[in-house]
Design a protein around this ligand. Sequence first.
Ligand code: 5GP
Ligand code: ZN
Length: 115
Amino acid sequence: MPDTRSCLFCQIARGEIPAKIVVNNKEMIAFRDINPQAPTHILIVPKKHIGSLDDLTDSDLVGRMMTLAAALARQEGIAKTGYRTVINTGKDGGQSVDHLHVHLLGGRHMTWPPG
Ligand code: 5GP
Ligand code: ZN
């Protein structure tokens, strides 16, 4: 069983660690990344602890996370210029917090391929 007490994003979802929250509903929380890589950098996080995409069983959940990311992009005024959504998974994927999240990045031109 994962230790949700010490999980950073579970702690943010419970309000135990402060964050710049942009959405807080029954299922999800979205907040600004502490180390932004673009003018807009928001993390979309399910409140339920799911370690990574590799642990996902509820496929509809990721659809709802992406739908929220798109809504936030419109709210941030970056939908027209474009943006990037990213899920890092595991060591090679560059995941550093073991709680599923989508990065929403925009407000500057993104390069490809990513590093
Ligand atoms: P990952 O590397 O797992 O895909 O993304 C984790 C993200 O969480 C990183 O972009 C990192 O900057 C962000 N992060 C780490 N600790 C904190 C924190 O305490 N507060 C916030 N708001 N973001 C954090
Ligand atoms: Zn967690």
